[in-house]
Design a protein. Structure first.
Length: 316
């Protein structure tokens, strides 16, 4: 990759290469909220709620593109690759949030789903807004985790033109990774650098330009779909139960017990004994009870089935 070319992107904020910010739908003024500062609180909240309801419909229109991205991400994960979110500001925080929720929810290792945020981890709680203008830092961040051809990199940019994300997607592609983009405007610049572009044009915000609102909601919904659907595909779910959950607190211990009981129909004593033998792992306990086998046998079956519970139960 020609890093000198990437470096020039940091100066392109007002150039046509990245589009004119003022022409973007997410930057337009919303006619319904032109008098926002004069609205009574109930009216203000009502209009916000009405605008939020449009987001799900916009995401629905993008479902075919989201499905294609899920298939590609699933294949990356099956090959031992990683799901890597990349973004700046609110968009980056949403990706990071989705990443950190995967280990407790799906039992993934901390390095299987990763969130990269411009400005570093500290930017999650303290904004480092200028960091998004440096595409070279995305190259450094991806190189720091050795991005490679088995990975899937998802670049999030509500505007669709963030230099950090553009630079990251270009570099990930040069390393052979699958690339996905999420933008909240049509004909987004980031779409040009993604194998699987996803565009959810959310339109003018209630508060002009504040894409932490509808834009952020849309991005969160898409990330929910990408990670959850991918994890379902690689066997992290049985029925609609999160059978790889890590029972790290009382609430999750209780949920695990209920989950095993619901999946198997076993009584409380049998569930408790199975979970004890399975070291608290719901998936292993379910296979034990439904396949009438030991914890060691259940673990072997799951390993042979690449973690898929239904397959493991049916293995002789």
């Amino acid at each position: 990759m020609d890093l000198s070319t990437l470096g020039t992107l940091s100066t392109l904020g007002t150039l046509s290469t990245l589009g004119t910010l003022g022409t973007l739908g997410t930057e337009a003024r919303n006619e319904r909220t032109a008098e926002l500062d004069r609205m009574p609180i109930p009216e203000l909240l009502s209009v916000m709620n009405s605008e939020d309801q449009t987001v799900a419909l916009t995401v629905r229109d993008a479902l075919p593109d989201i499905a294609a991205a899920v298939e590609a991400i699933t294949e990356s994960l099956r090959q031992g690759g990683r799901l890597i979110y990349l973004g700046a500001g609110t968009s980056g925080r949403i990706g990071l949030l989705d990443a950190v929720e995967c280990p407790p929810t799906f039992g993934t290792s901390p390095d299987q789903v990763i969130g990269l945020l411009s400005g570093g981890p500290g930017a999650f709680v303290t904004a480092v807004e200028g960091a998004e203008d440096d595409p070279g830092s995305a190259v450094d961040d991806l190189d720091a985790i050795s991005v490679n051809s088995r990975d899937a990199v998802v670049g999030l940019a509500a505007s669709g033109r963030t230099p950090y994300v553009v630079g990251g997607l270009k570099h990930a592609a040069a390393r052979g990774a699958v690339t996905v983009s999420i933008a909240c405007n049509r004909d987004a610049v980031v779409s040009r650098y993604a194998d699987f572009p996803i565009e959810v044009p959310t339109g003018p915000e209630v508060l002009t330009g504040s894409t932490r609102l509808k834009g952020g909601t849309a991005e969160k919904m898409v990330c929910n779909m990408l990670s959850t659907a991918s994890m379902v595909q690689i066997g992290k779910v049985y029925g609609n139960l999160m059978v790889d959950v890590r029972a790290t607190n009382d609430k999750l211990v209780n949920r695990t017990r209920r989950m095993v009981a619901e999946a198997t129909g076993a009584d409380a004593d049998a569930v408790t004994e199975a979970l004890r033998a399975a070291d608290g792992h719901a998936k292993t306990a379910i296979v034990m009870l439904l396949a009438s086998c030991t914890a060691e046998e259940a673990a072997r079956r799951l390993d042979d089935a690449h973690g898929d519970t239904r397959t493991a139960i049916g293995l002789g």
